[in-house]
Design a protein around this ligand. Sequence first.
Ligand code: KG4
Ligand code: ZN
Length: 338
Amino acid sequence: MEKDILILALETSCDETACAVIRNGREILSNVIHTQIAIHEIYGGVVPEIASREHINRVSQVVTKALEEAGLELKEVDAVGVTYGPGLVGALLIGVSMAKAMAFGAGLPLVGVNHIEGHICANFLEYPELKPPFVALVVSGGHTHLVEVKDLGEYRLIGRTRDDAAGEAFDKVARAIGLGYPGGPKIDAAARQGNAHAFTFTRAKVQDSPYDFSFSGLKSAVLNLLHHAEQVGERIDPNDLAASFQRSVVEVLTEHSMEAVREFGYDSLVLAGGVAANSALRESLKEACAKRKLKLYAPRPALCTDNAAMIGSAAYFRYMKGERSGWDLNAVPNLALF
Ligand code: KG4
Ligand code: ZN
């Protein structure tokens, strides 16, 4: 029997302060998340300075709780993993500084993790048998990528958004409809009460890049519809608008993903990122995959949105490859995956 590898991981890239303990990259021993949603809600979006301050206030408690729930002391883990980008610089710095201090103090190795890679790795926690290669659709607040994952760290970009990320579009449209922050879950809920065929928005085609996405035109179309209705004194049902907007996003994400899986000869699709929690997207991909006899991998919604468990999984696989970060590890707000 090989020795278990335990990773304590931290995630503070945006508005969740999170810490988890992961065994062998696949098993969650604890997964603690302190969400700042209630704090940012009154501003209608994440305020970076407030996020940083709240991370400072919470990070120690969250780490203590994660170790307690795992029944471990810091010195019993094998390494400390931490998100060092992409994300908000001040927010990332809290996690990176805390992770460095803990690793240095306990004499443990430090492993910096790319947040987007973490999102993909959430699938390894949900599906112990899953291994690359596969095609992944990564849809978060800042990223929309169709990517061929040949191995961990070996990526080939198939398609990406040319403007807004899918989650960003959800957030902006939710604000315009008056649903508030965070937009994704609010639109998801409103759409369930609405008619998804009440409005049809034309699809923006991205020239010469069949797998790329563009969501800013759709967002403008929704805004124009709202402004026009306001001018002529017409009432638009926000649930219908939410459902129709969501249908547009879901359709294009589904079509491009199915095309990519077919074109590149895979028999499954891996879904990741905060927008992967969207019920309509999950349903649409489930149906599309079933029709084509493909397998869909989608983590439970709590592992799709930001958490440290996924960072622990990514850190484990990096650690096993012998990767270690130096004490000069810094926050990289625009860290790329490719
Ligand atoms: O991955 P994530 O938690 O943070 C980033 O790395 O960006 O993604 C956050 C994004 C936000 O834009 C949020 O509105 C969206 O994911 N989101 C959703 C849902 N839950 C979160 N979008 C659509 N439907 C949801 N249920
Ligand atoms: Zn994220």
